[in-house]
Design a protein around this ligand. Structure first.
Ligand code: NAP
Ligand code: MG
Length: 495
C-alpha cells in the first residue's frame, strides 16, 4: 500500500474536500509509487486562504525576533532530517543524492539566514528637513502570500519564499509542483513541528491550473511569489496585473558558458559537465549553450565528448551515478523533440540524442547526455529553454562575438566565462545581460545569502535569496513624528 498524504490547512492534515487524489511515482523506476496526494479544488484553496487570513493578526503582531527563533528551530530540524529528506527527494524527482543533499542544505542556509533577519529587518532612519521632527521608514508585513513552486529544487525554492514571507510576518498558502509533493510535505511538517502557529502556513496539493491559478486569483491573497516557466509566469503576471497584486517571478533560462582560448580547459570542462548535465540539465541555471573560442573549439569538443560518454546514468540513490532520469515522460519527450529540431536545423549530433534503456534504465525516464556542435545563433535549440541534458555548442572568433551570442536570447538568468584575462573578465561582467555572472566557475552555484534572479523574460525585476527578498515580502511605511508643537509645512516653512 502506498503512503497516502494530505493537505495541511489551519493546523490540520486533511484530504481534499472532493476526495480525489493523484499519484507520485519515482522517475527512475515507475514501479515505485512514492505516494498518493490530494487533488484539491477551489474549495480547498478557499479554506486554506480563510485560515491564513484568520491567523494573520496574531502572526503579524508576533515580534520578528520571535518569528526568527522559530526559523532557527526549522533549520535545526532540517539538519536532523537532512539525509531522510534528500533520499525522498531523489526518489520523487530523480536527481542524484549529492545534489538533493545540496538542495536541503540550501534550505538549511535559508532558514538560518531568515532566523538572523528576525533581529534586523532593516530599513532607513534619516534626518528630517524640519526642526524637531523625526523621520523613518519601517517594514510591515503585507498579508497572505501565495507561493507556487516548481519541482527541480523542491526544497530550496519553497524555502527561499516561505521563510522570508513568514519572517516578515505574512501567512502562507503554498502549492508545490505536482511532481514533488512529498518534499513539500516534509517541509511543512518541519514548520509545524518548529512551532509555526495553526493557519500561518497552509499546504494545498493539486494541479497548476486549478490550485495554482486558484491561489493567484483569490481576492484574499495579497501577494504572489512564483518560480516556474516563463509561459506560466506571464499568465500569472497578467492575472495579478488586473488587481495590482504584487508578484515576484523567477522564470526560465538559456544560460551559456563561454570558454576563451586562454582558459584552463580542464577546469572549464569540469564546469560545463556539471552545469549542463547535473540535475539532468533540469535547472533554471543549467548550461544549455557552450560558446567556444575558435582556437580551442575542436580540442575542447573532443575532451567534452569523451567525458560525456563516460557519465553514468542511473537511479540517483545508487553510488557512482552521475546523471539521474528526466522528471517525467513529458520532459523526456520534450528533450527528444528538441533533438529532432536540432538535427533538422542542421546542427551536428555528436553524442546522445536518444533514450537510455539498457537494463534497469528501461523502467525510468532516462535520456542520454546530448551534445550538438555547429549550432548557429538563432537556431531554436540555441534560443529556447529545453530543460534537459542537451547542450548546444557555438563557435565564436572573439569575446565580443561570444557576449553577443550569450546576450542574444529572451532570457537572462545565469552566465559563465572561463578566462585568465582580467580585462576580459571585467568587460564580460559589465556587458553580459544576466542576473548572475560567474568567472571561472559554472553557471550553477548560487549561495543562499546573495541575490538570485534574472533579467529580461527570466523574471520581473525581483530577486530571491539574501536581503532583497525581504523587500518583496514587506511593505515600507514611512513615519514622521513632529515634536515641535506647531504646524510645520515641509518644503514651505523651511525654505
Ligand atoms: P511550470 O510548469 O511553470 O510549473 C511551476 C509551478 O506552477 C508548478 O507548481 C505548477 O503546477 C504551477 N502551474 C502550472 N500552470 C499553472 C497556472 N496556469 N497557474 C498557476 N500555476 C501553475 O514549471 P516547471 O515545469 O515546474 O519548472 C520548470 C521551469 O521553471 C523552467 O522553465 C525553469 O527554468 C523554471 N525555473 C526557474 C527558476 C528561477 O529561479 N528562475 C528556478 C527553477 C525553475 P503543476 O506542477 O501542478 O503543473
Ligand atoms: Mg515523481
Amino acid at each position: 500500500m502506498a503512503d497516502k498524504f494530505q493537505n495541511f490547512i489551519n493546523g490540520q492534515w486533511k484530504d481534499a474536500k472532493g476526495g480525489q487524489t493523484f499519484e507520485n511515482r519515482n522517475p527512475a523506476n515507475w514501479d515505485d509509487l512514492v505516494g498518493t496526494f490530494p487533488k484539491s479544488t477551489a474549495e480547498d484553496v478557499n479554506e486554506a486562504v480563510a485560515a491564513a487570513k484568520a491567523a494573520y493578526e496574531g502572526w503579524r503582531l508576533t515580534p520578528a525576533p520571535k518569528r526568527g527563533d522559530i526559523m532557527r528551530k526549522v533549520g535545526d530540524l532540517m539538519v536532523a532530517r537532512k539525509e531522510e529528506i534528500a533520499r525522498e527527494m531523489t526518489r520523487e524527482m530523480g536527481k542524484v543524492l549529492a545534489e538533493t543533499r545540496g538542495d536541503v542544505q540550501e534550505g538549511i542556509d535559508t532558514a538560518y539566514y531568515a532566523s538572523s533577519e528576525g533581529r534586523r529587518l532593516f530599513s532607513h532612519t534619516v534626518p528630517s528637513e524640519l526642526e524637531n521632527k523625526f523621520a523613518m521608514a519601517i517594514r510591515v508585513p503585507i498579508g497572505v502570500a501565495g507561493i507556487v513552486t516548481p519541482w527541480n529544487f523542491p526544497m530550496a525554492i519553497p524555502t527561499w519564499k516561505i521563510f522570508p514571507a513568514l519572517l516578515c510576518g505574512n501567512c502562507v498558502v503554498f502549492k508545490p509542483a505536482s511532481d514533488t509533493p512529498k518534499t513539500a510535505t516534509m517541509l511543512v511538517q518541519i514548520l509545524q513541528e518548529a512551532g509555526v502557529p495553526s493557519g500561518v502556513v497552509n499546504l494545498v496539493h493539486g494541479g497548476g491550473g486549478t490550485v495554482g491559478m486558484g491561489i493567484v486569483e483569490h481576492k484574499d491573497i495579497n501577494l504572489i511569489s512564483f518560480t516556474g516557466s516563463s509561459a506560466v509566469g506571464k499568465t500569472i503576471a497578467s492575472s495579478c496585473g488586473k488587481t495590482l497584486k504584487p508578484v515576484s517571478l523567477e522564470l526560465g533560462g538559456k544560460n551559456a558558458q563561454i570558454v576563451m582560448d586562454d582558459a584552463n580547459l580542464d577546469l572549464a570542462l569540469d564546469g560545463v559537465l556539471w552545469g549542463a548535465f547535473g540535475t539532468t540539465g533540469q535547472r533554471c541555471t543549467a548550461t544549455s549553450r557552450l560558446i567556444l573560442h575558435e582556437k580551442i573549439h575542436d580540442k575542447f569538443v573532443d575532451m567534452l565528448v569523451k567525458r560525456t560518454e563516460k557519465l553514468r546514468l542511473g537511479n540517483g540513490l545508487e553510488p557512482n551515478v552521475d546523471v539521474g532520469p528526466c522528471v517525467n515522460e513529458g520532459q523526456l519527450n520534450t528533450d527528444h523533440e528538441y533533438v529532432q529540431i536540432g538535427k533538422s536545423e542542421g546542427a551536428k549530433l555528436l553524442c546522445g540524442g536518444e533514450r537510455a534503456t539498457e537494463g534497469e534504465l528501461k523502467k525510468g525516464w532516462f535520456y542520454k547526455p546530448t551534445i550538438f556542435t555547429g549550432v548557429k545563433q538563432g537556431m531554436r535549440i540555441e534560443q529556447e529553454e529545453i530543460f534537459g541534458p542537451v547542450l548546444s555548442v557555438i563557435k565564436v572568433k572573439d569575446l565580443d562575438e561570444a557576449i553577443t551570442v550569450l546576450n542574444g536570447t529572451v532570457y537572462g538568468l545565469s552566465s559563465s566565462l572561463y578566462t585568465k584575462n582580467v580585462n576580459d573578465s571585467f568587460r564580460a561582467i559589465r556587458d553580459i545581460k544576466a542576473g548572475i555572472t560567474y568567472i571561472n566557475a559554472p553557471t550553477i552555484g548560487a549561495e543562499a545569502h546573495l541575490p538570485f534572479g534574472g533579467v529580461k523574460e527570466t523574471g520581473n525585476g525581483h530577486r530571491e535569496g539574501g536581503w532583497p527578498v525581504y523587500e518583496f515580502f514587506s511593505e515600507l511605511k514611512t513615519v514622521y513624528i513632529d515634536y515641535s508643537d506647531k504646524l510645520q509645512r515641509a518644503q514651505i516653512d523651511n525654505y
